[in-house]
Design a protein around this ligand. Structure first.
Ligand SMILES: [Cu+2]
Length: 225
């Protein structure tokens, strides 16, 4: 009786041990921004397997890890993941820095950027602050993605000036004639940026108390509304 139970228990033990070994999911640690405020992910890209976890640790300044697409590196992927902003003061010890985790669902490429300063000349994405999981080679390489990011951010920064101008123009015509629906401009911007659906990751994040933006040094630490 006792020996039978022991045999059953040890069979159970080895079965669970081998299933853990078969899964073998790994964690990948990625720093969002440099310790002294550099606008870069470290490392800039990784190779990950299904079920691997990517742990983003937020370094000083105020960054995000936001999913985008290869073609539009500095615009969010609809239903993609977005860590939100994590303002971190310079000098914050490593263990006190916030983290954001994603679990990789497959080996398709996942493209990521920091959306700080989006639509302005100070865009972190435009400074090349982008990251990739399983980037491709050649035409779809990380290098090309980063080039796309710098080019796109410049276009978005100048496009936002045009948007402001047309917004005030439509406000004027609204006063002199009759109502212009603001829905029109919303529809236009959705048309300009095609919608993609996220399938490659799931997310989780750790509890983190966001410090007041006032406590953070530097120019571009705007709290997300
Ligand atoms: Cu950033």
């Amino acid at each position: 009786m006792f020996l039978g139970t022991l045999a059953a228990l040890s069979a159970l033990f080895f079965a669970s041990l081998s299933s853990v070994a078969a899964k073998d999911s790994r964690s990948h640690y990625v720093a969002v921004g440099g310790r002294n405020g550099d606008l870069k992910f470290y490392p800039e890209y990784i190779t990950a397997d299904k079920d691997d976890v990517v742990v983003f640790t937020f370094n000083p300044k105020n960054h995000t890890a936001t999913q985008s697409t290869f073609k539009k590196p500095c615009l969010p992927l609809e239903h993609g993941f977005d860590s939100g902003f994590f303002p971190v003061a310079i000098g914050t010890v490593r263990d006190a820095r916030p983290t954001f985790n994603i679990t990789v669902k497959d080996t398709e490429p996942v493209w990521v950027y920091c959306r700080q300063g989006a639509f302005t000349a100070e865009s972190h994405c435009g400074a090349g602050m982008v990251f990739a999981i399983n980037p491709g080679k050649g035409e779809y390489s990380f290098k090309q993605f980063k080039k796309n990011a710098v080019a796109e951010a410049g276009v978005l920064a100048s496009a936002s000036v045009v948007t402001t101008a047309s917004a005030s123009a439509s406000a004027t015509s609204k006063q002199s004639t009759y109502a212009v629906s603001p829905t029109t401009s919303v529809t236009t911007s959705k048309t300009a940026y095609p919608v993609y659906t996220n399938t490659s990751v799931t997310t989780s994040n750790t509890a983190y108390t966001v410090p007041t933006p006032r406590a953070i040094a530097g120019r571009f630490h705007v709290e997300d509304a």
